[in-house]
Write a protein that binds this ligand. Structure first.
Ligand code: ADE
Ligand code: ZN
Ligand code: ZN
Length: 236
């Protein structure tokens, strides 16, 4: 996601933290919100010192297959990165600096895990090579899902997060079930559907936006609720 998608994810998660998780986060993040730190992993991309983390934002494997059966990248991927972040944050023997760094990465990566084009296929770099038009301007399928759709609402992340506020306890618990492996395969299956509905050169705009509004909101909401679950478990 772009900044707004990550901030929405963080803002939603913030509402479902346990007292214990809230206290631990408040300490490690110096009082900053999850929304505030959610964009850190993109902010460091411009610094060459952090280039080894660029493969952490996504995973590509053949459509119709599952992550666990896929050939793993030697550079790591979003799933192995999330696992590493969880273990780094949990272990109090690590330095505070190391725990904070991996916590900020974790907040971001749980968001990206729910952007369908971040659990994608390698042939076109998760849709980056599928050029399309967005309201007459050049874009690509990846960017449509990272930011074009979200920005078309012209709403702030807090407005979007409150727009999404509407699951009862039972639905929430259901969404929070499963593992990182289940969640990445779920995004991967959605990604396959998105590839089917778009061709190179397509002119996308309000029609596409209305068609995928519910799916977009669902993915942002799942990202937020599951981020809360992961953090509650880490600090539980
Ligand atoms: N680069 C290659 N594949 C990618 C993907 N699925 N998402 C983002 N960047 C990528
Ligand atoms: Zn990212
Ligand atoms: Zn992206």
């Amino acid at each position: 996601w772009g900044k707004t998608g990550h901030r929405v994810t963080g803002q939603i998660a913030q509402e479902y933290l346990t007292g214990k998780a809230k206290r631990a986060l408040n300490d490690l993040l110096d009082g900053h919100s999850l929304a505030f730190v959610s964009t850190f992993a993109d902010d460091i991309k411009a610094d060459r010192a952090y280039s080894k983390y660029s493969a952490w934002h996504y995973v590509n494997y053949p459509l119709g297959t599952s992550y666990k059966d896929s050939k793993k990248s030697k550079h790591g991927d979003i799933v192995t990165a999330i696992e590493e972040c969880i273990s780094k944050v949990k272990d109090k023997k690590n330095t505070r600096e190391d725990r904070v760094f991996h916590l900020k990465m974790l907040v971001h990566l749980i968001g990206d895990l729910h952007q369908p084009m971040h659990a994608s296929r390698g042939e076109d770099k998760g849709g980056n090579d599928i050029q399309v038009q967005w309201f007459g301007e050049g874009s690509n399928l990846h960017k449509v899902w990272d930011k074009n759709l979200i920005e078309s609402y012209g709403m702030t992340y807090t407005e979007l997060a409150s727009e999404l506020d509407g699951v009862n306890r039972k639905e929430r618990k259901k969404i929070q079930e499963g593992t990182i492996y289940d969640w990445v395969d779920e995004s991967h299956e959605i990604c396959a559907v998105l590839y089917e509905s778009v061709e190179v050169g397509d002119k996308l705009g309000y029609r596409y936006s209305y068609e995928y509004n519910d799916l977009l909101f669902q993915q942002l909401q799942k990202g937020g609720l599951r981020l809360a679950k992961v953090l509650n478990d880490v600090f539980g």
